[in-house]
Design a protein around this ligand. Structure first.
Ligand SMILES: *Cc1c(COP(=O)(O)O)cnc(C)c1O
Length: 341
């Protein structure tokens, strides 16, 4: 298989069409068998559920090349499970997780020429998504849906070295206590756009959202979960029913405990505690871990001491171990790496 001729290390995070996408249609109460397609456009009713009432959810994962030359993805079964949860909460039909994984494998295989080589830092981003395509005018779930997967090659997240981020404590809320924060609904992102554009305008990289009920506890950013490290090297992550359960964060917490023997804790974390932490990182598929150097709360600056020049020592070990597992340099827990070819 001849690889495409991209300058892999300098690709940005933007959409580039590949050869094949995947589509399955839901109609008359059932999903069809699904297929790969050359058609990268979607034609739907002007009255489609997604257009009128935002009935949509999505996932995000990556395919990449390991040290020994295999194309793999990382824990796609968890993306499939999470999409099942999203669909249920949005009254969409569940696309079964086994079929989800199979569709991911088919789509990546068909676009193998776009999977960047080992060592480039680039990857093939995989975007499964689902939306109400049938017409609805009275507020109700659509009767027809599409499950689709598109792929697009993306460059390394950190070009020109890792720079610690500066966050601001947002005046907006991301998710209500019994709302949809724990699922990957498109609507969660639509309503975060104003907050992130405002944060950027004010010179910040990301928003730190507090819990909507009391505004005293740390939730997450618009698209990544938090991991904190205390001065005595305990690894902490916020516990809340309105946080999106990041697969990266869950994997890092497992590694912290099982591979690196740190004490770990998932618990409510009060914003007041943050000033005493040694390290702070954002975790998600895109960057694995982005270090946070500073958090600004309405003019009051909190400096994260061990993340001034990048990840602190504990986050760095977590990062090296997880990426080592992903690229086949460190033995993976059973079932974490799905070999595609
Ligand atoms: C997708 C997402 C994350 C990161 O999840 P990963 O599975 O690690 O990529 C974190 N927070 C939000 C709000 C998200 O939508």
């Amino acid at each position: 298989m001849e690889k495409k001729n991209f300058d892999w290390a300098n690709l940005d995070f933007s959409y580039r069409q590949t050869d094949k996408s995947y589509v399955s249609y839901y109609k008359d109460g059932a999903w069809d068998e699904g297929q790969l397609t050359d058609n990268h456009t979607v034609t739907i009713s002007e009255c489609a559920g997604v257009l009128q009432y935002s009935q949509s959810c999505f996932e995000g994962l990556k395919a990449y090349t390991t040290e020994d030359g295999h194309i793999v993805t990382f824990r796609p079964d968890l993306n499939g499970e999470r999409m099942e949860d999203s669909a249920r909460r949005l009254e969409m039909p569940v696309f079964p997780k086994e079929r989800f994984v199979d569709a991911v494998v088919q789509t990546v295989r068909a676009n193998a020429a776009y999977v960047p080589p080992y060592g480039s830092g680039a990857s093939l981003y995989i975007r499964p998504y689902m939306f109400g395509s049938g017409p609805v005018i009275g507020v109700a779930p659509a009767k027809e849906y599409q499950f689709r997967i598109l792929t697009t090659p993306v460059g390394p997240y950190f070009k020109g070295g890792i720079r610690p981020l500066t966050l601001c404590v947002s005046d907006f809320d991301r998710a209500a206590p019994r709302g949809t924060g724990h699922i990957k609904a498109g609507l969660n992102y639509a309503m975060s756009l104003h907050a992130i554009v405002t944060a950027h305008k004010n010179g910040f990289d990301e928003n730190l959202y507090l819990d909507a009920a009391t505004r005293t506890k740390v939730e997450e950013t618009g698209g990544a979960n938090f991991i904190f490290v205390t001065k005595d090297k305990k690894v902490l992550t916020p516990k809340s029913s309105s946080i999106l359960p990041s697969i990266t964060r869950r994997s890092l917490m497992y590694i912290a405990k099982e591979y690196l023997n740190y004490e770990v804790e998932e618990r409510e974390i009060y914003f007041d505690e943050v000033k005493d932490f040694a390290e702070c990182g954002l975790c998600g598929t895109a960057a694995v871990i982005s270090p946070v150097g500073k958090i600004v709360d309405h003019g009051k600056e909190i400096i994260i001491p061990d993340c001034q020049n990048g990840m602190g020592p504990v986050l760095k070990k977590l990062y090296d171990t997880l990426t080592g597992i992903q690229f086949g340099r460190i033995e993976a827990p059973k079932g974490w790496i799905k070999v595609i070819e």
